[in-house]
Design a protein around this ligand. Structure first.
Ligand code: FAD
Ligand code: NAI
Length: 466
């Protein structure tokens, strides 16, 4: 039996950040992780390997297509998929080892094995060899994350019918990849394989892609992906998918009912969302019951049971690594009596395709629904000198500001490297900046960030460069 101040269950961005912060604040902390490596979904099979393949495939497409040639770079590239996968796996290993280093640095202990709550203050950990140890703690943090949502009637075998993990490690480039679900995973991983040579068809239940996006931004995004060669079958659902050794036959039908259609693919990626993971967690021993969707409810990261806290994908809110990290900090700070808090209104969200999409705050549709009067300032990357000189002038910056106070309420970016630009508006909005504050702030020239300033100027109609 070992005693701790805090035991964290799960070593993903929620769990490992909680363990590190607890160590920093002088708590005796253990983090229980059942995988062979720390880092959770994000480092092992999520954010990081997907971004590694997005980066490599973007460069490959630039080299193969007209982009390099236009710049006067003449090469004859060929694809070494095994090497592309190897460098991805090596980067993942470096990153997961990095978390082990941060644990040592901050005196957080990694207990290897699967954790099970066994009544208040008690966690039993089963190691890979079947041995068990008991940990006791004043506080337990549940950070067990999420798993892919299954599609009824379709069996994921990760040979022909894949979830995101399977689609991150294919041994060959599919000739035809069918993606079920036009959300973030489908469009990011669909982009990877399209760039490497696949024909990609996306089947989406709703009549639009990425349903949470600001409508105008989503439409521009869809047009851009269609121009790249994505085939979209919107308003459609998959009623069956049968795999053979060589491929998959799918039946799809209109979501509203109607004639069925048969699609053939050599691989299918099912990416229709993720659901909380709480299997074998022993929640019944402390009287915690997941809701209908399997989600664990929290009130400022507290469960209803004293001493049990809940953070990350396993609970409500966007399933994003930085949201899990924010909750980890706030939760541990509350445990030591500080005033940790997450501002859920300002959690940015990014889609790492080309063009990238980055948003924070309210969409136009949300503001309309709230009846809030707002002004719009837009600026196209076609008017931005850095984007133009780099031949990356697709997309725009859109700033939504309160009509009366000029406070920035929402920002929607589509274009080059916008994942790196959105942080400026996150900081500005945390400080309740007005659009004028951004418009009057000097930005370096020539950078894409100047488009952020020009759009803010345009909230009052005085953009100077378009
Ligand atoms: P997880 O990362 O899922 O970690 C939970 C950990 O708990 C797992 O390692 C699991 O093994 C462990 N665990 C579960 N139960 C137990 C138990 N009983 N005992 C011991 N260990 C247990 N988010 C972004 O913000 N940006 C991105 O670019 C991005 N890209 C993504 C790409 C893909 C393909 C996927 C699938 C996800 C992506 N995400 C991205 C989402 C991101 O990965 C998650 O939001 C994030 O990992 C959630 O962190 P978490 O700590 O809550 O859970
Ligand atoms: P998602 O929620 O982003 O998209 C799922 C899509 O599938 C939606 O458009 C939905 O309408 C559609 N859908 C649902 N059921 C369907 C059905 N039966 N048939 C056809 N379409 C159907 O989920 P996704 O892409 O699986 O990603 C899960 C989560 O992982 C994301 O919500 C996000 O939180 C996280 N993620 C974040 C990334 C990032 O930040 N860049 C990258 C990848 C994942």
């Amino acid at each position: 039996m070992s005693n701790y101040d805090v035991v964290v269950i799960g070593g993903g961005p929620g769990g490992y950040n909680a363990a590190i912060r607890a160590g920093q604040l002088g708590l005796k902390v253990a983090c229980v992780e059942g995988r062979e490596t720390l880092g959770g979904t994000c480092l092992n099979v999520g954010c990081m390997p997907s971004k590694a393949l997005l980066h490599a495939s973007e460069l490959y497409e630039a080299a193969v297509g007209p982009e390099f040639a236009k710049l006067g770079i003449e090469v004859k590239p060929s694809l070494n998929l095994a090497q592309m996968m190897k460098q991805k796996d090596e980067s993942v290993t470096t990153l997961t080892k990095g978390i082990e280093f941060l644990f040592r640095k901050n005196k957080a202990e990694w207990i290897k094995g699967w954790g099970r709550i066994d009544g208040p203050g008690k966690v039993v950990v089963k190691a890979a060899d079947g041995s068990e140890q008991v940990l006791t703690a004043k506080d337990i943090v549940i950070a067990t994350g999420s798993e892919p949502t299954p599609l009824p009637g379709v069996t994921i075998d990760n040979k022909r019918i894949l979830d995101s993990t399977g689609a991150l490690s294919l041994p060959e480039v599919p000739k035809h990849l069918v993606v079920v679900g036009a959300g973030v995973i489908g469009l990011e991983l669909g982009s990877v394989w399209r760039r490497l040579g696949s024909e990609v068809t996306v089947v989406e239940y709703l009549d639009r892609i990425c349903p949470g996006l600001d409508l105008e931004t989503g439409k521009t995004f869809q047009r851009s992906l269609a121009k790249q060669g994505f085939n979209f079958k919107l308003g459609s659902k998959v009623s069956s998918a049968k795999a053979t050794a060589k491929g998959v036959t799918l039946e799809i039908e209109p979501a509203a009912g109607g004639e069925k259609e048969t699609l053939k693919a050599d691989y299918v990626l099912v990416a229709i969302g993720r659901r909380p993971f709480t299997q074998g967690l022993g929640l019944e021993t402390v009287g915690i019951t997941p809701d209908k969707r399997g989600m664990l409810e929290n009130q400022k990261h507290r469960s209803g049971v004293p001493g049990i806290w809940i953070i990350g994908d396993v609970t409500s809110g966007p399933m994003l690594a930085h949201k899990a990290e924010d909750e980890a900090i706030a939760c541990i700070e509350q445990i030591v009596g500080k005033a940790g808090e997450v501002n859920y209104a300002l959690i940015p969200s990014v889609i790492y395709t080309k063009p990238e999409v980055a948003t924070v705050g309210k969409t136009e549709e949300q503001l309309k629904a709230e009846g809030r009067a707002y002004k719009v300032g837009k600026f196209p990357f076609a008017g931005n000198s850095r984007a133009k000189i780099n031949h990356e002038s697709e997309g725009f910056v859109k700033v939504l500001a309160d009509e009366r106070t000029d406070e920035v309420l929402g920002v929607h970016l589509i274009g080059p490297s916008v994942s790196e630009l959105i942080g400026e508006y996150c900081v500005a909005m945390e400080f309740a900046a007005s659009a004028e504050d951004i418009a009057l702030t000097c930005h370096p020239h020539p950078t894409r960030s100047e488009a952020l300033r020009q759009a803010a100027m345009n909230v009052d109609g005085w953009a100077m460069q378009a």
